[in-house]
Ligand binder design. Sequence first.
Ligand code: ADP
Ligand code: MG
Length: 816
Amino acid sequence: KPRYLKDFDKINIFLHKEFQVKIPSHRYLKLQEERQKLPTWEMRDQIISTLNNHNVVIICGMTGCGKTTQVPQFILDDALKSETFNANIVCTQPRRISAMSIAERVAQERDERVGRVVGYQIRLDAELSLFTRLLFCTTGIVLRRLEDDPLLEGVSHMIVDEVHERSEQSDFLLLVLKKLLRRHSHLKVILMSATIDARLFSDYFNKCPVIEIPGKTYSVKQFFLEDIIEKTNYRLDYGSDYAKRDSLPFDYHLMYQKRELPLELRPDAYLNEDELQSRYEKHRRQTVSTLARMDLDCINYELIIHLLEWIVNGEHKDLLEDGAILVFLPGIQEIQNTFEMLQASREFSKENYAIIPLHSSYSSEEQKMVFRPTARGMRKIVLATNIAETSVTINDVVFVVDTGVMKEKRYDPEKGMLSLDLIRVSKTNAIQRMGRAGRVQAGVCFHMFTSHMYQHELRDHPKPEIQRNSLEQVVIRTKILPIFRKYNAQKVLRSLINPPAPESVEQAVDFLKHLGALDSASELTALGYHLGSLPVDVRIGKLMLYGTIFRCLDATLTIAATISFKSPFIIPFKKKEEAAEKKKEFETNNSDILTMLQAYKTWWLSRAARDYHFCKKNYLSYKALEMIKTLKQQYVENLSDIGFIRKGIKTRDVQSQSSYISDGVWEITGPEVNVNNENMELLSALLVAALYPNIIEIVPQATNLSGSGERVSRTKFKTEKGEYVDIHPSSVNFQHYFKIGSFLVYHEKVKTKKVYIRDCSLVSKFSLLMFAGGKITITGSSENIIVKIDDMIMFKVRTIETAALLKSLRSKLDQL
Ligand code: ADP
Ligand code: MG
């Protein structure tokens, strides 16, 4: 038994005795009453008896029916009855915030404090003790634990919650558990899920039993976009003319009676009733279809506000008069915008409405606001992302407004990067959103897409994260975990619930080798290990680690954020020349990325001087710059989580000593990791570290004789894969003359009429030799020394000593 289990049995006996003599308090009894009303409570005996006979059980039930808070307690209480119990339950949660708040809630229900029998553990924070027998933790924590405790010794029950979310980590954990079950016959695995995709999971675990918890909900009326338009008399030109709307009454029925038609519908004198009717219908259909086809990028805030006003004004006699309203929005920015619009509206005064934004990045205190009942006469309007679909239950919701869109992280093969995209929800999301109304009484749900779109266009389920992501992180994880280490990644990943294409796995493995995360025998390197614990794209991760090691953290973080987001430069269609002129002012080192860095730095300085017109004047996107700033902060957190930097050195002196005032990152990380921020050669070299093998070589085109007989040599750009490309006109290196044999490192390759390199940076051969991942070989004799990298890149160096010295430096660096 591991050391931490030494006193396990003794403590168990103690806990059993304590359980026997427990005197329930008043509060305990009150909560007990609430618990007994939950649908899950009825299934108590069935759950326990099924678990006695099977190793894997799936429990399905509507969100809020009591799975998360009750099932672990059923198991715990059943165990505590016996003196020789051996229960040690771990329950995973997809988010930190739920692990903490559920542990708190469960401890409360048991009249105990968190950290004793019921505990939680998340990255960098834990409340647990030798007495803890029910631990709520994030999925990431279990995956970490498997590194040192590959068989999960001492764990009796592994509960994986919210499996329907299909997060990469949870799918991966299921893969691990499937394998563990073969060795560890005492382990009980419980999968809990909100929707009814149970078959998939049951098949995955040898047709294990599924327990369905019958839902106790009220009916929810469902309205689609066409119904919304009709019911609320929404007019398309409200969007443009919203402010004057009050003076523009538009009621189809009323106008129909009065024969007051919008200009474009005015009937000729001889229209009969039917024809008139059909004109109305046509106009309405046009409105609906225009709205339905609106660009995904622009959320129709007017329609949202219009609908909310309509709901609260209670014009609708057939619907409900009261109850909280839950609005589903795609992201934090949209929540913010809607929040501001509601606050600015006279309709939604502070006295009568509690407007509560809800997002996973808010603190747990802020999140708790949504549970609190509002003062009498106040109405709650919650603006949330899909976190309110399954993770957070707000009991008093009666109206749901589903904007029909959400944000999803997707791997963009063109960019070779993850991006966060706005997409339409799936049917599962829509149904789940609808179900959030009608928890305490009948409810209403408004979907902002047509019923036709619902039937024919929405996909059935959201795509599992593992199918949207690049596979590098998953491959690294198979290399980190002892139970998989012996096998190749291809073989391990084949047993995932939705196995990725073999080619994609192979590509990921190859890429990791080029990056230096795997060695030539596919073993994990030290770099690979650290990349595995950074929750970012592996290239960004490498740049962050190297930036720390080479003490140019602030600059590398700006670069990392720019690469993973986008360039802050904007090129207005009509002002291309002016924009290009301005960009020239920031140009540096034949590098697009370093030019962006320069722009960011300058912006930051002007910001300190509160020059808000700076962006406009210089054709820079304020939004992009702000986003880069936010990402940088997040990277600092990530690096400090894995102990690469110390956070919290906040000194005013650092700033005054420094040559350039940096943003918060500098203050947070301190001077020791920031001495080389101005060293452009170093920064270019680190671009190689991050972006290799994206390298172009300048090669000669056929040399021809011009009219005067002079030799004119022209150059071409050849990529590491041997294809010829062009430099994009927006690049600082466009039409620049480079010496033959020079190298450029690039990030993005786009294909339009030609294949273009969008951004590139001139790099020296030595930085390639030092920082390109992959295998370096040096051949030739004193006159002709050839350096080869991965058999893709080849160049000469002058002396064998230089080459040898660089090679030995290089191997030192690799060991760092
Ligand atoms: P499920 O996991 O099936 O979605 P839960 O076990 O999370 O359901 O929740 C059961 C009930 O307990 C819900 O009705 C919810 O409103 C209530 N509840 C859960 N957490 C809290 C909390 N922190 N404060 C108050 N009520 C809560
Ligand atoms: Mg739950």
